[in-house]
Design a protein around this ligand. Sequence first.
Ligand code: 13P
Length: 282
Amino acid sequence: MLVPMAELLAAAQREGYAAGAFNTYNLEITRAIVRAAEAQQAPLIVQVGSSALRYAGREALTALVLAEAQRSPVPVAVHLDHSAKLDEIRWCVEQGFTSVMIDGSALPLAENIALTREAVAIARPHGVTVEAELGSIVGEEDRAAEREAVGLTSPAQAEQFVQATAVDALAVAVGNVHGFYKGEPKLDTARLDEIHRRVPVPLVLHGASGLSDAAIQRSIQGGVRKFNVNTELRVALFTALADTLPRIHAHYDVPGLFTPAIAAMQAVVEEKLQLFGSAGKA
Ligand code: 13P
């Protein structure tokens, strides 16, 4: 069933676990994510970024993801990931997304606050959750590369930002990056704890691919209630396709090519849902 993301995060906050938010671009990835949540009886966030909407066609991808969420017996929030455009936020709100992320993190603080307040004014009357970002989480959303963290979130600014914007969830930069980590990831847990102490809303950790189990568990202790995972799903997809294609190429069998890839992505999502503590919480 389709639910507001805030509802899902509030349950995670009450019970001390985190929800998994997985990026989709197409039918196969969406199938894998939703099947995993159903198999694990886990509440779920399916998210699409601006580039995925452009790639798949925004009407088609939106209809697909919303239909899967509505059909599913587990609670599913449908979320717009990393949008800097109010027009896009408005469009997604009108289509029935239950959550949007306004990303003004590249702007100076006052401008980020102003932009985020506008997004809240668009979304809140429709009961749509708003996530915002403070500090810069480097790396591209759709490509994997090695990254080093820069521009960590200031706890004092985080407090001021949440008060001034009334956002529902805050994405923080505490050493997390999109894509592959350069060496062993080092999260600044003291900074995360201080943000958690000052900020009452659920925290979001982008770039959860490649974090150790211990780092994930420590982040949940530090108030993270939503982990974003993209790269690890794409690695599973590409690995399975590369493995299957040479074996079945001569048959031109479409389900035969994609079915093992869906299974491989589903396995990654199921493992993450267990790690985040959301398995069995639906
Ligand atoms: P990864 O690709 O590193 O998993 O990050 C995903 C993400 O944060 C999407 O917003």
